[in-house]
Design a protein around this ligand. Sequence first.
Ligand code: AMP
Length: 623
Amino acid sequence: MALLQIAEPGHAAAPHEHRLAAGIDLGTTNSLVAAVRSGQAEILPDDQGRALLPSVVHYTADGAEVGYDAREQATDDPLNTIASAKRLIGRPVADIKSLGEGLPYEFVRQDSSVPRIHTVSGDVSPIEVSAEIFKVLARRAKDTLGGELSGVVITVPAYFDDAQRQATKDAARLAGLHVFRLLNEPTAAAVAYGLDRGADGVHAIFDLGGGTFDISILRLNKGVFEVMSTGGDSALGGDDFDQVIAEWIMDQAGIADDANHKALRQLMLDARNAKEALSDAESVALDIALPGGDRWQGSLDRETFNSLVDPLIRKTISACRRALRDAGVDAEEVKEVVMVGGSTRMPRVREKVSDFFRRPVLVDIDPDQVVALGAAIQADVLAGNKPDEEILLLDVTPLSLGLETMGGLVEKVIPRNTTIPVARAQEFTTFKDGQTAMAVHVVQGEREMVDHCRSLARFELRGIPPMVAGAARIRVTFSVDADGLLNMEAEELSQGVKASVTVKPSYGLSDEEITGMLQASFEYAEEDLEERKLVEARVEGLRVVEALQSALAKDGEELLNTREREQIDAALQQLMQAIDAQDAAAIDRQAKHVEKVCEFYVERRMNTGIQEAMAGHNINEFE
Ligand code: AMP
């Protein structure tokens, strides 16, 4: 269970046992792998010195090729060349259809929830496509670092939901990697700048790539990053900047809109080159091929460029404003602004973002590499190579935490994937009259029944003042702190009796176990529901039996004549039989029958002054 794993004193790897670990930025267009070497995080290039690996897989009859060679095939063999798998991963078929008919792949028609694409080497899912990319990066890391990786940290967008995260993790496992953990991309960027080691506060991560724009507002709280809000535009990026420049050139050079496809592609490339050159130069010379074979010469200066791209930049600023509003913070509260993505190299973007947040933006680290470098730093820590450094940055609970309630059911208190630190309280009550102690059993897992979850701890709350069943109010507070330690506290509210225990789930579950448990919770969902219904019915039935027996013992003789007593006893008998027969519907029926038969008795009790203990209770209750 990587997320809650804390290095135990004495268990951290000794300095000489440096364990190999890497950080992987699985991007929509390009992916990178990085590692900490000699104390420094660095990108691991391929054998030709190239840092990036295009996130493209080309399937052939013999297998798959990945990267630059695969990307070359996109035009000639589009059906077998899968790019942008990140846009598809972890999303159901229905979602993908809505992503647009624009995708050039042949999706296999099927009912399964995981989409599959038809290729010459068989049908593949986005998970398998991503696994191919992971394999290449893992091999690169192994070859460069000279050994097996003990684990990796993989970055995912902060807005990725559970299915997308799980699918990314599954892809890495499929590639034979041990995933220490998934890390949010903005968090990784913040780590690369060492913001996690600075003072607590709010930071903004501005990520403008080739095709997407993401803004994330993070709060660093005792070494833990909480994602306060995310925003952006999944269809805004450097490509749009190229487009406006290309349109300007067409206008200047008198190129008609209906120029052929090849010419337009070349024009887009020229526009991109001009845009990138203008990040360093004040003006750029243009030499553009015209459709008729002639050439057009001109130049584009920064001022003109700025006026062309400002409307696009304004869109990003509006998204920043919205994200701040969602996070409930003002621009002045933001301490650092981290720039991520190739398009943040544009001076105009830096200037406008800096104006908006009223502070200089962080640009020292290569904006294409910053996420992978942060992941590498985190991987190094999680591998145990920094025994002196606390493993913080635990940002979510990987499995739900809950309590056992009557009948072996689980009441979830903190659902999985909740950002930590977190504290949640839940109130419980006693089951029996005069109950003075309560056993609290803490479990972890997604299933409905205690037996199917993992038991974390048991503790007792003693000294509950004797009251009628249901009258005591016991509040159980779960808190998971920044160190990943779970703390439990139970308190009886009317008298303030307290009990607590600290649970350290670090001996925890392996990732495989987590996957197994999650799978089981999906597979057994229906079965669990039936079981839950029965258990709930039995608990409710037994409560009625208990309460009625206790009332009868107190004043049955006094308030009921023989015939009335026989009637009630008969109804009680039928209810107990239904409970024994384990039939949820029959239990419900008989419990209702008992309540009906006893209505006059309850009323009589109310009227004879025994009702003090009943104050505030429903008339149908027996307490
Ligand atoms: P990414 O997806 O983060 O790799 O970003 C790629 C985008 O960054 C493309 O649109 C590039 O044109 C853009 N980009 C890369 N370098 C520069 C630069 N020096 N100036 C402006 N844009 C750039």
